[in-house]
Design a protein around this ligand. Structure first.
Ligand code: GAR
Length: 208
């Protein structure tokens, strides 16, 4: 089996990206990260990429007056590196519809809650955990899903529950959720590497 060629999109620290690299290195994931793209020049994920000799590129909408040029800047490295799947590992921007269409059912996002709860515009990173605590939820979790044109609404690949504990703060809850993210993301990508995922009628089926 040839390793699945990945692009990782990340806006920040990049701990999920690092977990993917580690899973691949440990032989738990048959994939290779060919390029990392960030909207944020300060992203830790870019540093991790460079440390691992992976091409790291900044593509930020605000650097482009022309929308077509912006979309091209995103799509060109993906085709140059023959990317088969795009992994959104803490990517906080909306993916342009042209990119969604070019990679239909081949863009995977991780979200730090059980979608469709606590998703949508403005629900990212700490905002999610704060909202879960304000709501008094007893459980939260992680969702890995395919990206379509609707924000946080694409077909669900995997979900796992995480308990909310008495006295949790957004930080303690985020840390507990993140540990699960680091496992479930590589496991989900591996399902694609093994060719076990199909999407019919907007729902994911996983071949045993
Ligand atoms: C992760 O918790 C991820 O689920 C979340 O951002 C964090 C990134 O951490 N993503 C979203 O909220 C997307 N809506 P990382 O940079 O350490 O991987």
């Amino acid at each position: 089996m040839n390793p699945l060629k990945l692009a990782v999109f990340a806006s920040g620290r990049g701990s999920n990206f690092l977990a993917i690299l580690e899973a691949a290195r440990a032989g738990r994931l048959s994939a290779e990260v060919k390029v990392v793209i960030s909207n944020n020049p300060e992203a830790g994920a870019l540093v991790t990429a460079r440390e691992n000799n992976i091409p790291a590129i900044v593509v930020s909408k605000k650097d482009y007056t022309d929308r077509t040029a912006f979309v091209r800047a995103m799509l060109t490295p993906l085709s140059e590196h023959r990317v088969e799947m795009v992994i959104l590992a803490g990517y906080m921007k909306k993916i342009p519809p042209e990119v969604v269409d070019a990679f239909e059912h081949r863009i995977l996002n991780i979200h730090p809650a059980l979608l469709p709860s606590f998703g949508g515009q403005g629900m990212y990173g700490h905002h999610v955990h704060e909202a879960v605590l304000v709501q008094g939820c007893r459980v939260t979790g992680v969702t890995v899903h395919l990206v379509d044109r609707d924000y946080d609404r694409g077909p669900i690949v995997a979900q796992r529950c995480v308990p909310v504990e008495e006295g949790d703060t957004p930080d303690t809850l985020a840390a507990r959720v993140l540990k699960v993210e680091h496992q479930i993301f590589s496991e989900s990508i591996q399902l694609f590497a093994e060719g076990r995922v199909t999407v019919t009628g907007g729902r994911v089926r996983i071949r045993p």
